[in-house]
Design a protein around this ligand. Structure first.
Ligand code: GTP
Ligand code: SPV
Ligand code: MN
Length: 594
Protein backbone atom coordinates (compact mmCIF):
# COMPACT_ATOMS: atom_id res chain seq x y z
CA UNK A 1 0.00 0.00 0.00
CA UNK A 2 1.30 3.47 -0.84
CA UNK A 3 1.15 6.18 1.79
CA UNK A 4 -0.53 9.52 1.12
CA UNK A 5 2.89 11.22 1.02
CA UNK A 6 4.15 8.80 -1.61
CA UNK A 7 1.13 9.45 -3.79
CA UNK A 8 1.57 13.20 -3.18
CA UNK A 9 5.20 13.02 -4.29
CA UNK A 10 4.29 11.08 -7.39
CA UNK A 11 1.53 13.57 -8.28
CA UNK A 12 3.89 16.54 -7.84
CA UNK A 13 6.45 14.83 -10.12
CA UNK A 14 3.81 14.09 -12.75
CA UNK A 15 2.52 17.66 -12.68
CA UNK A 16 6.03 19.13 -12.83
CA UNK A 17 6.72 17.01 -15.91
CA UNK A 18 3.44 17.95 -17.62
CA UNK A 19 3.66 21.67 -16.84
CA UNK A 20 7.45 21.85 -17.36
CA UNK A 21 7.82 23.86 -14.16
CA UNK A 22 11.28 25.31 -13.67
CA UNK A 23 11.43 24.94 -9.89
CA UNK A 24 9.43 23.19 -7.19
CA UNK A 25 8.81 24.83 -3.81
CA UNK A 26 7.14 22.92 -0.97
CA UNK A 27 5.38 25.48 1.24
CA UNK A 28 5.96 25.09 4.98
CA UNK A 29 3.81 28.06 6.00
CA UNK A 30 6.63 29.71 7.95
CA UNK A 31 7.03 33.44 8.41
CA UNK A 32 10.39 33.47 6.66
CA UNK A 33 8.79 31.82 3.65
CA UNK A 34 6.05 34.43 3.64
CA UNK A 35 8.56 37.28 3.86
CA UNK A 36 10.54 35.92 0.94
CA UNK A 37 7.46 35.42 -1.22
CA UNK A 38 6.26 38.92 -0.46
CA UNK A 39 9.62 40.43 -1.40
CA UNK A 40 9.57 38.52 -4.68
CA UNK A 41 6.04 39.70 -5.46
CA UNK A 42 6.83 43.31 -4.60
CA UNK A 43 9.81 43.09 -6.95
CA UNK A 44 7.82 41.48 -9.76
CA UNK A 45 4.85 43.86 -9.43
CA UNK A 46 2.43 41.06 -8.43
CA UNK A 47 2.01 43.08 -5.25
CA UNK A 48 2.23 46.82 -4.71
CA UNK A 49 3.13 48.18 -1.27
CA UNK A 50 0.54 50.43 0.39
CA UNK A 51 1.13 53.31 2.81
CA UNK A 52 3.23 51.73 5.62
CA UNK A 53 2.21 54.41 8.15
CA UNK A 54 -1.55 54.07 7.80
CA UNK A 55 -1.62 50.43 6.61
CA UNK A 56 1.46 48.55 7.88
CA UNK A 57 2.04 45.22 6.15
CA UNK A 58 -0.69 45.85 3.57
CA UNK A 59 -0.30 45.25 -0.14
CA UNK A 60 -2.36 45.66 -3.30
CA UNK A 61 -2.78 43.17 -6.10
CA UNK A 62 -4.20 44.31 -9.44
CA UNK A 63 -5.61 41.35 -11.31
CA UNK A 64 -5.98 41.14 -15.03
CA UNK A 65 -9.04 43.31 -15.90
CA UNK A 66 -10.73 40.27 -17.45
CA UNK A 67 -10.15 38.17 -14.33
CA UNK A 68 -12.06 39.82 -11.49
CA UNK A 69 -14.73 37.37 -10.31
CA UNK A 70 -15.87 33.77 -10.32
CA UNK A 71 -16.80 32.41 -13.75
CA UNK A 72 -19.85 30.21 -13.33
CA UNK A 73 -20.19 29.41 -17.05
CA UNK A 74 -16.66 27.97 -17.06
CA UNK A 75 -17.09 25.97 -13.84
CA UNK A 76 -17.85 22.28 -14.36
CA UNK A 77 -18.78 19.26 -12.28
CA UNK A 78 -17.34 16.23 -14.05
CA UNK A 79 -19.12 13.09 -12.86
CA UNK A 80 -19.36 9.82 -14.80
CA UNK A 81 -23.16 10.13 -14.83
CA UNK A 82 -24.43 13.53 -15.97
CA UNK A 83 -27.48 13.29 -13.68
CA UNK A 84 -25.23 13.16 -10.63
CA UNK A 85 -24.14 16.74 -11.41
CA UNK A 86 -27.75 17.74 -12.06
CA UNK A 87 -29.34 20.62 -13.94
CA UNK A 88 -27.93 23.06 -11.36
CA UNK A 89 -24.37 22.47 -12.66
CA UNK A 90 -22.46 22.66 -15.91
CA UNK A 91 -21.29 19.15 -16.67
CA UNK A 92 -18.54 17.58 -18.72
CA UNK A 93 -17.57 13.90 -18.98
CA UNK A 94 -14.44 13.30 -16.84
CA UNK A 95 -12.35 11.94 -19.71
CA UNK A 96 -13.19 14.91 -21.93
CA UNK A 97 -12.57 17.41 -19.12
CA UNK A 98 -9.19 15.89 -18.19
CA UNK A 99 -8.10 15.89 -21.83
CA UNK A 100 -9.24 19.47 -22.32
CA UNK A 101 -7.44 20.94 -19.32
CA UNK A 102 -4.39 18.68 -19.41
CA UNK A 103 -3.70 20.03 -22.90
CA UNK A 104 -3.77 23.54 -21.42
CA UNK A 105 -1.58 22.52 -18.45
CA UNK A 106 1.06 21.08 -20.81
CA UNK A 107 4.00 23.47 -20.60
CA UNK A 108 1.92 25.99 -18.61
CA UNK A 109 4.55 26.45 -15.88
CA UNK A 110 7.56 26.74 -18.18
CA UNK A 111 9.99 29.17 -16.55
CA UNK A 112 7.81 29.36 -13.43
CA UNK A 113 8.00 27.99 -9.91
CA UNK A 114 5.54 25.27 -8.97
CA UNK A 115 4.37 25.74 -5.39
CA UNK A 116 3.08 22.76 -3.42
CA UNK A 117 0.59 24.06 -0.86
CA UNK A 118 -0.58 21.53 1.75
CA UNK A 119 -3.56 22.92 3.65
CA UNK A 120 -6.13 21.91 6.22
CA UNK A 121 -9.72 23.13 6.06
CA UNK A 122 -10.71 23.53 9.70
CA UNK A 123 -8.76 23.35 12.96
CA UNK A 124 -5.80 20.97 12.52
CA UNK A 125 -7.05 18.65 15.27
CA UNK A 126 -10.78 18.68 14.42
CA UNK A 127 -12.38 15.41 13.30
CA UNK A 128 -14.61 17.49 11.00
CA UNK A 129 -11.61 19.05 9.19
CA UNK A 130 -10.35 17.78 5.83
CA UNK A 131 -7.04 18.35 4.06
CA UNK A 132 -5.99 19.09 0.55
CA UNK A 133 -2.94 20.05 -1.47
CA UNK A 134 -3.00 22.81 -4.06
CA UNK A 135 -0.32 22.92 -6.71
CA UNK A 136 -0.13 26.41 -8.18
CA UNK A 137 2.24 28.63 -10.16
CA UNK A 138 0.82 31.81 -8.61
CA UNK A 139 2.67 33.26 -5.59
CA UNK A 140 -0.40 35.49 -5.03
CA UNK A 141 -2.47 32.32 -4.59
CA UNK A 142 0.10 30.96 -2.14
CA UNK A 143 0.02 34.18 -0.10
CA UNK A 144 -3.80 34.08 -0.02
CA UNK A 145 -3.95 30.37 0.85
CA UNK A 146 -1.57 31.05 3.73
CA UNK A 147 -4.10 33.48 5.19
CA UNK A 148 -7.28 31.60 4.23
CA UNK A 149 -6.28 28.10 5.39
CA UNK A 150 -4.05 26.33 7.91
CA UNK A 151 -1.26 25.95 5.38
CA UNK A 152 2.14 24.25 5.60
CA UNK A 153 3.92 21.65 7.71
CA UNK A 154 1.10 20.94 10.18
CA UNK A 155 -1.29 20.25 7.31
CA UNK A 156 1.25 17.98 5.65
CA UNK A 157 1.62 16.01 8.89
CA UNK A 158 -2.15 15.61 9.11
CA UNK A 159 -2.29 14.46 5.47
CA UNK A 160 0.20 11.75 6.38
CA UNK A 161 -2.00 10.70 9.33
CA UNK A 162 -5.28 10.88 7.36
CA UNK A 163 -3.92 8.87 4.44
CA UNK A 164 -5.85 10.94 1.90
CA UNK A 165 -6.26 14.50 0.61
CA UNK A 166 -8.07 16.50 -2.07
CA UNK A 167 -5.86 17.21 -5.09
CA UNK A 168 -6.11 20.71 -6.56
CA UNK A 169 -4.08 21.65 -9.61
CA UNK A 170 -3.98 25.33 -10.54
CA UNK A 171 -2.15 27.44 -13.08
CA UNK A 172 -2.86 30.98 -14.16
CA UNK A 173 -1.98 29.81 -17.68
CA UNK A 174 -1.94 32.89 -19.88
CA UNK A 175 -5.04 34.36 -18.17
CA UNK A 176 -6.92 34.07 -21.46
CA UNK A 177 -10.66 33.89 -20.62
CA UNK A 178 -11.08 31.61 -23.65
CA UNK A 179 -8.75 29.08 -22.05
CA UNK A 180 -10.19 29.28 -18.54
CA UNK A 181 -11.78 26.27 -16.85
CA UNK A 182 -12.60 25.36 -13.26
CA UNK A 183 -13.10 21.57 -13.32
CA UNK A 184 -14.21 19.39 -10.42
CA UNK A 185 -13.95 15.62 -10.34
CA UNK A 186 -15.75 14.71 -7.10
CA UNK A 187 -15.41 10.97 -7.73
CA UNK A 188 -11.62 11.44 -7.83
CA UNK A 189 -11.47 14.15 -5.12
CA UNK A 190 -9.67 16.25 -7.72
CA UNK A 191 -9.87 19.87 -8.92
CA UNK A 192 -8.19 21.33 -12.01
CA UNK A 193 -8.34 25.08 -12.50
CA UNK A 194 -6.58 27.04 -15.22
CA UNK A 195 -6.60 30.53 -16.70
CA UNK A 196 -7.65 32.58 -13.66
CA UNK A 197 -5.77 33.90 -10.65
CA UNK A 198 -8.88 35.24 -8.92
CA UNK A 199 -10.51 34.27 -5.62
CA UNK A 200 -12.95 31.41 -5.87
CA UNK A 201 -11.45 30.33 -9.21
CA UNK A 202 -7.92 29.99 -7.88
CA UNK A 203 -7.87 29.62 -4.07
CA UNK A 204 -8.88 25.99 -4.43
CA UNK A 205 -9.41 25.33 -0.72
CA UNK A 206 -12.36 27.73 -0.69
CA UNK A 207 -15.30 27.18 -3.01
CA UNK A 208 -13.79 24.32 -5.06
CA UNK A 209 -12.79 22.12 -2.12
CA UNK A 210 -14.76 23.33 0.90
CA UNK A 211 -18.06 23.56 -1.00
CA UNK A 212 -18.13 21.69 -4.32
CA UNK A 213 -15.99 18.66 -3.39
CA UNK A 214 -16.93 19.12 0.29
CA UNK A 215 -20.68 18.94 -0.36
CA UNK A 216 -20.14 15.69 -2.28
CA UNK A 217 -18.10 14.18 0.58
CA UNK A 218 -20.62 15.54 3.11
CA UNK A 219 -23.47 13.69 1.45
CA UNK A 220 -21.70 10.35 1.50
CA UNK A 221 -20.46 10.87 5.07
CA UNK A 222 -23.61 12.34 6.66
CA UNK A 223 -22.72 16.00 7.16
CA UNK A 224 -23.35 19.36 5.46
CA UNK A 225 -20.94 21.70 3.64
CA UNK A 226 -22.68 25.05 3.30
CA UNK A 227 -22.18 28.62 2.04
CA UNK A 228 -22.89 30.02 5.52
CA UNK A 229 -21.44 32.39 8.06
CA UNK A 230 -21.32 31.29 11.70
CA UNK A 231 -21.95 33.91 14.38
CA UNK A 232 -22.25 33.69 18.16
CA UNK A 233 -24.72 36.03 19.86
CA UNK A 234 -24.07 36.54 23.58
CA UNK A 235 -27.00 37.91 25.57
CA UNK A 236 -26.69 40.07 28.70
CA UNK A 237 -26.85 36.91 30.85
CA UNK A 238 -23.66 35.69 29.19
CA UNK A 239 -25.34 32.89 27.21
CA UNK A 240 -24.06 32.49 23.65
CA UNK A 241 -26.23 31.04 20.86
CA UNK A 242 -24.72 30.20 17.48
CA UNK A 243 -26.47 30.98 14.21
CA UNK A 244 -25.47 29.77 10.72
CA UNK A 245 -26.72 31.88 7.84
CA UNK A 246 -26.67 31.30 4.08
CA UNK A 247 -26.85 34.39 1.88
CA UNK A 248 -25.67 34.35 -1.74
CA UNK A 249 -22.37 35.94 -2.71
CA UNK A 250 -22.12 39.64 -1.80
CA UNK A 251 -25.42 39.52 0.12
CA UNK A 252 -24.17 40.23 3.63
CA UNK A 253 -22.50 37.20 5.26
CA UNK A 254 -19.27 38.96 6.24
CA UNK A 255 -21.24 41.93 7.54
CA UNK A 256 -23.63 39.86 9.66
CA UNK A 257 -20.81 37.67 10.98
CA UNK A 258 -19.01 40.64 12.56
CA UNK A 259 -21.81 43.10 13.27
CA UNK A 260 -21.51 45.59 16.09
CA UNK A 261 -24.67 45.72 18.23
CA UNK A 262 -26.67 48.98 18.26
CA UNK A 263 -25.71 51.20 21.17
CA UNK A 264 -28.69 50.27 23.37
CA UNK A 265 -27.82 46.57 22.93
CA UNK A 266 -24.15 47.19 23.68
CA UNK A 267 -25.09 49.04 26.85
CA UNK A 268 -27.36 46.17 27.88
CA UNK A 269 -24.46 43.73 27.47
CA UNK A 270 -25.04 42.05 24.10
CA UNK A 271 -21.91 40.79 22.32
CA UNK A 272 -21.28 39.32 18.89
CA UNK A 273 -18.63 36.64 18.19
CA UNK A 274 -17.41 35.84 14.69
CA UNK A 275 -16.73 32.15 13.99
CA UNK A 276 -16.87 32.24 10.19
CA UNK A 277 -18.00 34.52 7.35
CA UNK A 278 -18.42 32.30 4.28
CA UNK A 279 -18.33 28.53 4.75
CA UNK A 280 -19.73 26.22 7.40
CA UNK A 281 -19.24 22.49 7.82
CA UNK A 282 -21.88 20.96 10.10
CA UNK A 283 -22.18 17.48 11.51
CA UNK A 284 -24.69 15.90 13.91
CA UNK A 285 -23.10 15.31 17.29
CA UNK A 286 -23.87 12.46 19.68
CA UNK A 287 -26.30 14.82 21.42
CA UNK A 288 -28.32 15.15 18.20
CA UNK A 289 -27.41 18.81 17.67
CA UNK A 290 -25.64 20.09 14.57
CA UNK A 291 -22.05 21.08 15.41
CA UNK A 292 -20.32 23.49 13.07
CA UNK A 293 -16.78 24.51 12.19
CA UNK A 294 -15.49 27.26 9.94
CA UNK A 295 -13.12 25.43 7.58
CA UNK A 296 -11.35 28.70 6.76
CA UNK A 297 -8.73 30.66 8.71
CA UNK A 298 -9.22 34.04 7.04
CA UNK A 299 -11.71 36.27 5.29
CA UNK A 300 -11.76 37.02 1.56
CA UNK A 301 -14.25 39.84 1.90
CA UNK A 302 -15.96 42.36 -0.36
CA UNK A 303 -14.27 45.77 0.05
CA UNK A 304 -16.87 48.16 -1.47
CA UNK A 305 -19.42 49.19 1.14
CA UNK A 306 -17.06 48.43 4.05
CA UNK A 307 -16.99 51.51 6.26
CA UNK A 308 -16.97 52.73 9.86
CA UNK A 309 -20.74 53.13 9.62
CA UNK A 310 -21.49 49.70 8.11
CA UNK A 311 -18.83 47.24 9.27
CA UNK A 312 -16.42 48.89 11.76
CA UNK A 313 -14.95 45.54 12.85
CA UNK A 314 -13.94 44.77 9.28
CA UNK A 315 -12.51 48.23 8.79
CA UNK A 316 -10.38 47.84 11.93
CA UNK A 317 -9.11 44.39 10.98
CA UNK A 318 -7.96 45.46 7.49
CA UNK A 319 -5.78 48.32 8.76
CA UNK A 320 -2.71 46.07 8.78
CA UNK A 321 -1.30 42.88 7.24
CA UNK A 322 -4.01 42.64 4.59
CA UNK A 323 -3.84 41.85 0.89
CA UNK A 324 -6.17 44.09 -1.11
CA UNK A 325 -7.23 43.06 -4.59
CA UNK A 326 -8.57 45.49 -7.20
CA UNK A 327 -9.22 48.45 -4.88
CA UNK A 328 -8.35 52.04 -5.82
CA UNK A 329 -5.68 54.08 -4.01
CA UNK A 330 -5.55 57.62 -2.62
CA UNK A 331 -2.78 60.08 -3.50
CA UNK A 332 -0.88 58.97 -0.37
CA UNK A 333 -1.27 55.30 -1.34
CA UNK A 334 -4.02 54.21 1.02
CA UNK A 335 -6.54 51.67 -0.25
CA UNK A 336 -9.88 53.18 -1.29
CA UNK A 337 -13.26 51.86 -2.44
CA UNK A 338 -16.78 53.11 -3.01
CA UNK A 339 -18.61 53.47 0.30
CA UNK A 340 -15.49 54.40 2.28
CA UNK A 341 -16.28 57.73 3.88
CA UNK A 342 -12.66 58.86 4.29
CA UNK A 343 -10.13 59.64 1.58
CA UNK A 344 -10.30 60.53 -2.09
CA UNK A 345 -9.32 58.08 -4.83
CA UNK A 346 -6.41 59.13 -7.01
CA UNK A 347 -5.99 55.89 -9.00
CA UNK A 348 -8.53 53.24 -9.90
CA UNK A 349 -8.26 49.45 -9.59
CA UNK A 350 -6.44 49.25 -12.91
CA UNK A 351 -3.88 51.84 -11.80
CA UNK A 352 -5.24 54.57 -14.05
CA UNK A 353 -5.81 58.11 -12.75
CA UNK A 354 -9.33 57.94 -11.33
CA UNK A 355 -11.99 59.40 -13.57
CA UNK A 356 -15.52 58.93 -12.18
CA UNK A 357 -16.77 59.02 -15.75
CA UNK A 358 -14.84 55.79 -16.41
CA UNK A 359 -16.48 53.84 -13.62
CA UNK A 360 -15.82 53.20 -9.94
CA UNK A 361 -12.36 53.51 -8.40
CA UNK A 362 -12.55 50.03 -6.90
CA UNK A 363 -13.90 47.09 -8.87
CA UNK A 364 -17.37 46.26 -7.40
CA UNK A 365 -15.95 42.82 -6.48
CA UNK A 366 -12.70 44.21 -5.02
CA UNK A 367 -11.67 42.13 -2.00
CA UNK A 368 -9.49 42.04 1.10
CA UNK A 369 -7.71 38.94 2.37
CA UNK A 370 -7.05 38.96 6.08
CA UNK A 371 -6.39 36.53 8.90
CA UNK A 372 -9.57 35.77 10.87
CA UNK A 373 -7.78 36.49 14.13
CA UNK A 374 -7.39 40.15 13.18
CA UNK A 375 -11.14 40.65 13.55
CA UNK A 376 -11.95 42.36 16.89
CA UNK A 377 -15.00 40.09 17.27
CA UNK A 378 -13.07 36.88 16.38
CA UNK A 379 -14.39 33.99 18.46
CA UNK A 380 -11.82 31.69 20.08
CA UNK A 381 -14.44 28.97 19.44
CA UNK A 382 -13.31 29.13 15.80
CA UNK A 383 -10.40 26.95 16.96
CA UNK A 384 -12.56 24.44 18.87
CA UNK A 385 -12.08 20.95 17.46
CA UNK A 386 -15.69 20.00 18.26
CA UNK A 387 -17.09 23.16 16.68
CA UNK A 388 -20.09 25.11 18.00
CA UNK A 389 -23.71 23.92 18.37
CA UNK A 390 -26.08 25.62 15.93
CA UNK A 391 -29.39 26.93 17.34
CA UNK A 392 -30.79 28.49 14.16
CA UNK A 393 -30.21 28.31 10.43
CA UNK A 394 -31.04 31.47 8.50
CA UNK A 395 -31.56 31.80 4.76
CA UNK A 396 -31.70 35.15 2.97
CA UNK A 397 -31.18 36.98 -0.27
CA UNK A 398 -31.53 40.30 -2.04
CA UNK A 399 -35.27 40.60 -2.56
CA UNK A 400 -36.53 44.12 -3.34
CA UNK A 401 -40.14 43.02 -2.89
CA UNK A 402 -42.47 40.33 -1.51
CA UNK A 403 -40.20 38.63 1.04
CA UNK A 404 -40.69 40.00 4.57
CA UNK A 405 -37.90 41.10 6.90
CA UNK A 406 -38.02 37.74 8.68
CA UNK A 407 -40.14 34.62 8.97
CA UNK A 408 -39.77 31.27 10.67
CA UNK A 409 -40.33 27.90 9.01
CA UNK A 410 -42.88 25.62 10.66
CA UNK A 411 -40.56 22.63 10.85
CA UNK A 412 -37.45 21.15 9.23
CA UNK A 413 -39.17 20.04 6.00
CA UNK A 414 -40.76 23.44 5.57
CA UNK A 415 -37.36 25.01 6.28
CA UNK A 416 -35.70 22.90 3.59
CA UNK A 417 -38.37 24.10 1.15
CA UNK A 418 -37.72 27.71 2.20
CA UNK A 419 -34.00 27.19 1.51
CA UNK A 420 -34.64 25.41 -1.79
CA UNK A 421 -36.99 28.18 -2.95
CA UNK A 422 -34.54 30.96 -2.12
CA UNK A 423 -33.99 33.61 -4.75
CA UNK A 424 -31.70 36.59 -4.92
CA UNK A 425 -30.52 39.31 -7.25
CA UNK A 426 -27.17 38.53 -8.86
CA UNK A 427 -24.09 40.51 -7.72
CA UNK A 428 -20.60 41.37 -8.96
CA UNK A 429 -19.11 38.33 -7.17
CA UNK A 430 -19.55 36.39 -10.41
CA UNK A 431 -19.19 37.57 -13.99
CA UNK A 432 -22.44 38.30 -15.85
CA UNK A 433 -25.41 40.61 -15.35
CA UNK A 434 -25.89 42.17 -11.91
CA UNK A 435 -29.31 42.67 -10.26
CA UNK A 436 -31.13 39.83 -12.01
CA UNK A 437 -33.41 37.80 -9.73
CA UNK A 438 -32.50 34.12 -9.90
CA UNK A 439 -33.07 31.00 -7.84
CA UNK A 440 -30.14 30.31 -5.58
CA UNK A 441 -31.15 27.39 -3.37
CA UNK A 442 -29.49 27.63 0.05
CA UNK A 443 -27.08 30.17 -1.59
CA UNK A 444 -25.45 27.08 -3.12
CA UNK A 445 -26.40 27.43 -6.80
CA UNK A 446 -22.78 28.08 -7.83
CA UNK A 447 -21.30 25.76 -5.20
CA UNK A 448 -23.23 22.50 -4.80
CA UNK A 449 -21.05 19.74 -6.28
CA UNK A 450 -23.99 17.47 -7.12
CA UNK A 451 -27.63 17.32 -8.20
CA UNK A 452 -29.78 19.73 -6.16
CA UNK A 453 -32.56 17.11 -6.00
CA UNK A 454 -30.17 14.76 -4.16
CA UNK A 455 -28.94 17.69 -2.07
CA UNK A 456 -32.46 18.47 -0.88
CA UNK A 457 -32.96 14.77 -0.06
CA UNK A 458 -29.75 14.89 1.94
CA UNK A 459 -30.98 17.93 3.87
CA UNK A 460 -34.33 16.22 4.57
CA UNK A 461 -32.51 13.11 5.86
CA UNK A 462 -31.25 14.97 8.94
CA UNK A 463 -34.78 14.98 10.38
CA UNK A 464 -34.69 11.67 12.18
CA UNK A 465 -35.45 10.36 15.69
CA UNK A 466 -33.09 11.80 18.27
CA UNK A 467 -32.12 14.77 16.13
CA UNK A 468 -32.19 18.18 17.86
CA UNK A 469 -32.20 20.26 14.73
CA UNK A 470 -31.92 24.04 14.59
CA UNK A 471 -35.02 26.06 13.74
CA UNK A 472 -34.95 27.49 10.22
CA UNK A 473 -35.65 31.15 9.33
CA UNK A 474 -35.59 33.42 6.29
CA UNK A 475 -34.54 37.07 6.38
CA UNK A 476 -34.47 39.90 3.84
CA UNK A 477 -32.42 43.03 4.55
CA UNK A 478 -32.93 44.31 1.00
CA UNK A 479 -36.66 45.08 0.78
CA UNK A 480 -37.15 48.39 -1.05
CA UNK A 481 -39.81 51.08 -0.76
CA UNK A 482 -41.59 52.86 -3.61
CA UNK A 483 -38.69 55.35 -3.70
CA UNK A 484 -36.25 52.53 -4.49
CA UNK A 485 -34.47 52.89 -1.12
CA UNK A 486 -33.92 50.07 1.36
CA UNK A 487 -36.71 50.00 3.96
CA UNK A 488 -34.57 48.32 6.62
CA UNK A 489 -31.44 50.04 8.01
CA UNK A 490 -29.51 46.74 8.04
CA UNK A 491 -25.96 46.15 9.28
CA UNK A 492 -25.75 46.46 13.12
CA UNK A 493 -29.52 46.84 13.38
CA UNK A 494 -29.88 43.29 12.02
CA UNK A 495 -29.20 42.17 15.60
CA UNK A 496 -32.82 43.12 16.38
CA UNK A 497 -33.93 40.39 14.00
CA UNK A 498 -31.40 37.90 15.39
CA UNK A 499 -32.73 38.67 18.87
CA UNK A 500 -36.23 37.66 17.74
CA UNK A 501 -34.81 34.53 16.08
CA UNK A 502 -33.03 33.49 19.29
CA UNK A 503 -36.17 34.31 21.26
CA UNK A 504 -38.12 31.95 19.00
CA UNK A 505 -35.52 29.24 19.61
CA UNK A 506 -35.83 29.45 23.39
CA UNK A 507 -39.59 30.06 23.33
CA UNK A 508 -39.52 33.58 24.76
CA UNK A 509 -40.80 35.49 21.73
CA UNK A 510 -44.16 35.24 20.00
CA UNK A 511 -45.09 35.21 16.34
CA UNK A 512 -48.11 35.23 14.07
CA UNK A 513 -48.99 32.13 12.05
CA UNK A 514 -49.38 32.85 8.33
CA UNK A 515 -49.62 30.46 5.38
CA UNK A 516 -45.99 31.36 4.60
CA UNK A 517 -44.60 30.71 8.07
CA UNK A 518 -44.41 32.52 11.39
CA UNK A 519 -43.89 36.28 11.19
CA UNK A 520 -43.30 38.66 14.09
CA UNK A 521 -45.99 41.20 14.82
CA UNK A 522 -44.55 44.70 15.00
CA UNK A 523 -44.64 44.41 18.79
CA UNK A 524 -42.68 41.11 18.82
CA UNK A 525 -39.52 42.70 17.51
CA UNK A 526 -37.60 45.59 19.07
CA UNK A 527 -37.86 48.53 16.67
CA UNK A 528 -37.21 51.20 19.33
CA UNK A 529 -35.25 54.18 18.16
CA UNK A 530 -35.18 53.20 14.48
CA UNK A 531 -37.66 55.88 13.46
CA UNK A 532 -39.33 53.59 10.93
CA UNK A 533 -42.68 54.84 9.63
CA UNK A 534 -45.78 52.72 10.25
CA UNK A 535 -46.00 52.18 6.50
CA UNK A 536 -42.40 50.91 6.35
CA UNK A 537 -43.02 48.50 9.25
CA UNK A 538 -46.15 47.31 7.52
CA UNK A 539 -44.29 46.62 4.27
CA UNK A 540 -41.44 44.90 6.09
CA UNK A 541 -43.73 42.47 7.93
CA UNK A 542 -46.71 42.06 5.56
CA UNK A 543 -47.57 38.88 3.68
CA UNK A 544 -48.87 39.58 0.19
CA UNK A 545 -51.04 36.51 -0.38
CA UNK A 546 -51.41 36.94 -4.15
CA UNK A 547 -47.70 37.58 -4.65
CA UNK A 548 -46.83 34.58 -2.47
CA UNK A 549 -49.29 32.45 -4.44
CA UNK A 550 -47.36 33.24 -7.61
CA UNK A 551 -44.03 32.67 -5.82
CA UNK A 552 -45.21 29.25 -4.60
CA UNK A 553 -46.37 28.28 -8.10
CA UNK A 554 -42.93 29.24 -9.45
CA UNK A 555 -41.32 27.17 -6.69
CA UNK A 556 -43.43 24.18 -7.78
CA UNK A 557 -42.22 24.58 -11.37
CA UNK A 558 -38.65 24.87 -10.15
CA UNK A 559 -38.90 21.64 -8.12
CA UNK A 560 -40.51 19.87 -11.09
CA UNK A 561 -37.66 20.94 -13.37
CA UNK A 562 -35.46 18.40 -11.55
CA UNK A 563 -37.71 15.52 -12.61
CA UNK A 564 -38.16 12.28 -10.69
CA UNK A 565 -35.10 12.75 -8.46
CA UNK A 566 -36.82 15.57 -6.57
CA UNK A 567 -37.90 14.20 -3.17
CA UNK A 568 -41.67 13.71 -2.90
CA UNK A 569 -41.63 15.13 0.62
CA UNK A 570 -40.48 18.50 -0.70
CA UNK A 571 -43.07 18.53 -3.47
CA UNK A 572 -45.76 17.62 -0.93
CA UNK A 573 -44.63 20.51 1.27
CA UNK A 574 -44.83 22.91 -1.68
CA UNK A 575 -48.39 21.70 -2.45
CA UNK A 576 -49.40 22.09 1.18
CA UNK A 577 -48.16 25.68 1.22
CA UNK A 578 -49.70 26.54 -2.14
CA UNK A 579 -53.05 25.21 -0.88
CA UNK A 580 -52.86 27.11 2.39
CA UNK A 581 -52.17 30.29 0.42
CA UNK A 582 -55.05 29.73 -1.98
CA UNK A 583 -57.42 29.28 0.98
CA UNK A 584 -56.45 32.45 2.80
CA UNK A 585 -57.63 35.90 1.85
CA UNK A 586 -55.35 38.94 1.86
CA UNK A 587 -57.43 40.62 4.56
CA UNK A 588 -57.14 37.59 6.89
CA UNK A 589 -53.37 37.55 6.68
CA UNK A 590 -53.04 41.31 7.04
CA UNK A 591 -55.24 41.23 10.14
CA UNK A 592 -53.19 38.41 11.62
CA UNK A 593 -49.94 40.16 10.77
CA UNK A 594 -51.07 43.30 12.56
P1 GTP B 1 -19.25 36.87 -0.39
O1 GTP B 1 -17.91 37.09 0.24
O2 GTP B 1 -19.26 37.18 -1.85
O3 GTP B 1 -19.79 35.50 -0.14
O4 GTP B 1 -20.25 38.01 0.19
P2 GTP B 1 -20.96 38.20 1.61
O5 GTP B 1 -22.24 37.43 1.63
O6 GTP B 1 -20.02 37.97 2.71
O7 GTP B 1 -21.40 39.76 1.54
P3 GTP B 1 -20.83 41.02 2.36
O8 GTP B 1 -21.11 40.92 3.82
O9 GTP B 1 -19.42 41.24 1.95
O10 GTP B 1 -21.74 42.19 1.78
C1 GTP B 1 -21.79 42.48 0.41
C2 GTP B 1 -22.34 43.88 0.20
O11 GTP B 1 -23.64 43.98 0.79
C3 GTP B 1 -21.47 44.97 0.83
O12 GTP B 1 -21.34 46.04 -0.06
C4 GTP B 1 -22.25 45.36 2.06
O13 GTP B 1 -22.04 46.70 2.40
C5 GTP B 1 -23.72 45.09 1.67
N1 GTP B 1 -24.53 44.72 2.86
C6 GTP B 1 -24.21 43.80 3.81
N2 GTP B 1 -25.13 43.75 4.80
C7 GTP B 1 -26.09 44.65 4.46
C8 GTP B 1 -27.32 45.07 5.08
O14 GTP B 1 -27.73 44.60 6.15
N3 GTP B 1 -28.05 46.02 4.42
C9 GTP B 1 -27.62 46.55 3.23
N4 GTP B 1 -28.39 47.48 2.66
N5 GTP B 1 -26.47 46.19 2.62
C10 GTP B 1 -25.71 45.25 3.22
C1 SPV C 1 -18.26 34.35 -3.20
O1 SPV C 1 -18.32 34.71 -4.39
O2 SPV C 1 -19.22 33.79 -2.62
C2 SPV C 1 -17.03 34.62 -2.42
C3 SPV C 1 -15.85 35.10 -3.14
O3 SPV C 1 -17.01 34.38 -1.23
S1 SPV C 1 -15.03 33.79 -3.97
O4 SPV C 1 -13.92 33.36 -3.14
O5 SPV C 1 -14.52 34.33 -5.23
O6 SPV C 1 -15.93 32.68 -4.17
MN1 MN D 1 -19.03 33.54 -0.56
Amino acid sequence: MTSSLESLNRWVEDVARLTEAEKIHWCDGSESEERLLKEQMLASGDLIGLNPETHPGCTLHRSSPTDVARVEHLTFICTRDRDDAGPNNHWMAPSEAHAKVDALFAGAMRGRTLYVVPYCMGPIDSPISRCGVEITDSPYVVANMRIMTRMGSAALARIERDGHFVKGLHSIGDLDPEKRFIMHFPEELTIKSIGSGYGGNALLGKKCHALRIGSWQARSEGWLAEHMLIVGIENPRGETRYIAAAFPSACGKTNLAMLIPPESYREAGWKVWTVGDDICWMKPGEDGQLWAINPEAGYFGVAPGTDRTTNPNALTMIQHDTIFTNVGVTADNQPWWEGLSEGVPARDWQGRPHDPGQGPAAHPNARFTVSAKQCPSWSPMAEAAEGVPISAIVFGGRRPSLIPLVFEARDWTHGVLVGAAMGSETTAAATGAVGVLRRDSMAMKPFCGYNFADYFSHWLSFDKPGAKLPKIFHVNWFRKGADGKFLWPGFGENLRVLEWIIGRCDGSRSAVETPVGRVPAATDINLDGLGLSAAAIDSLLEIDVDGWGREMAATGEYLDSFGARMPQALKAEQKRMAEALSKSTPSQVRAAGG
